[in-house]
Design a protein around this ligand. Structure first.
Ligand SMILES: Cc1ncc(COP(=O)(O)O)c(C=O)c1O
Length: 389
């Protein structure tokens, strides 16, 4: 029997890049003392007040179909947040709720791209995009970020990468894996350039609430018009709610209707009780999200201190997010070999930078998903492993 081209494209063997993480997880499950730095799932639990609200909602019978665009209360909470953050009034008819950021991105890309269309994406890029782009069959044109300079974006390089066939520019700020932030001026310039070229600009902002100093600037703020703009956000990271699958898109009302048509046809609405809890979280979370960002900043600072103390290692200084890219080139030019050796001899699991693209091959990514006392133990092991080489 034959499978579709989309299925063929999705059947990618990721075992090499995820091999270290998979092996580490198996060893940990078997009782070995392994420290996992290789996955971006917050160690912090979802707060009790959010869980309690979901339970109350379940008990109140909120277990039925929900409108395709999402529950009004949740869309209003999102619209209020976006209005507060961008200073531009956002209405609920601009919001569509999706089961997670990943699905929000897939639905949006599906509305704009045909098989074979060009999409421009800065690289290194979040590893999860590859599957979505494979499903759609888009032709990816990667534009290098400056990995030696905190993964900064070169707007002129993005412009130069456009072809007559480019339908979408897809950016991510704050970025994963680099923790870089794109400035308001750059966002405005890119949005205007895309409009001129009749291209969409989609901005993945799922780390918008985890910033360490300067405030996140949304593409919604920066763009002169929303005619060609979609912003994606989610609760997964900012609220330690990865398993709840809750994300959304913000766009013009016209674009939202098209995203809604696709989303309704393929997902048919999100869980009512999850949406109730999400709305409650967004309406009551200010202190909590600040505390989460502060905790990640403490961890980032600690990791940088330790990395800078180890000869032959260096790292970027992320301005946001949950990750640090550790440059291991002086120790071992291939991040995959470094990661495999560190797991075998040090019991610490990190993700090879190659997972995010060729350009970050000499890096490994560390997730800031452990408190400092565990990070301390992990860095002692990293130090010992490097000394042993
Ligand atoms: C940049 C980026 N976008 C999207 C996602 C996926 O978010 P979700 O878990 O809400 O699908 C992730 C998850 O790691 C991410 O890092």
């Amino acid at each position: 029997m034959k499978f579709s081209r989309a299925s063929d494209r999705m059947a990618v063997d990721t075992s090499t890049l995820w091999g270290v993480h998979d092996k580490a997880s198996a060893l940990q499950a078997a009782g070995e003392d392994i420290i996992l730095f290789s996955i971006g799932d917050p160690d912090l639990p979802t707060l009790d007040f959010i869980v309690d609200h979901a339970v109350a909602s379940l008990k109140a019978g909120r277990t039925h179909y929900s409108p395709g665009a999402g529950e009004v209360e949740l869309r209003q909470a999102i619209a209020d947040i976006e209005t507060g953050a961008s200073g531009k009034v956002t209405n609920i008819d601009q919001i569509v709720v999706h089961p997670g950021g990943t699905n929000a991105i897939y639905t949006t890309l599906s509305c704009f791209l045909n098989e074979g269309d060009d999409i421009v994406i800065p690289s290194p890029m979040y590893v999860g995009y590859q599957g979505l782009l494979g499903a759609i069959g888009a032709n990816v044109i990667n534009v290098p970020l400056d990995t030696a300079n905190n993964f900064t974006l070169d707007v002129e390089a993005v412009k130069a990468a456009f072809t007559d066939n480019t339908r979408v520019l897809f950016i991510n700020t704050p970025g994963n894996p680099g923790g870089n932030m794109i400035s308001e001026k750059q966002l405005r310039e890119l949005a205007a350039f895309c409009l001129e070229h009749e291209a969409w600009i989609i901005c993945d902002e799922v780390y918008s609430m985890i910033t360490f100093g300067q405030r996140h600037i949304s593409l919604l703020n920066a763009a002169e018009t929303l005619e060609n703009v979609v912003v994606v956000d989610a609760l997964s990271k900012s609220h330690a709610m990865t398993g709840w699958r809750m994300g959304w898109t913000v766009s013009s009302a016209d674009t939202a209707r098209r995203i809604l048509d696709f989303g309704s046809g393929t997902v048919f609405g999100c869980c009512q009780f999850v949406q109730d809890a999400a709305a409650f979280a967004l309406n009551n979370d200010e202190e909590y999200t600040r505390a989460i960002a502060d905790e990640y900043r403490v961890r980032r600072n600690y990791a940088l201190e330790r990395i800078n103390d180890i000869p032959d290692l260096s790292a970027n200084t992320p301005e946001a997010g949950m990750f640090i890219m550790m440059n291991v080139e002086q120790v071992e030019p291939d991040g995959l070999a470094f990661a495999a050796g560190l797991l075998e001899h040090g019991g610490v699991s990190v993700l090879p930078g190659e997972a995010f693209g060729e350009l970050s091959r000499h890096f490994v990514r560390l997730s800031l998903t452990h408190p400092v006392h565990i990070m301390s133990k992990a860095f002692d092991r990293i130090e010992r492993y490097i000394e042993s080489l």
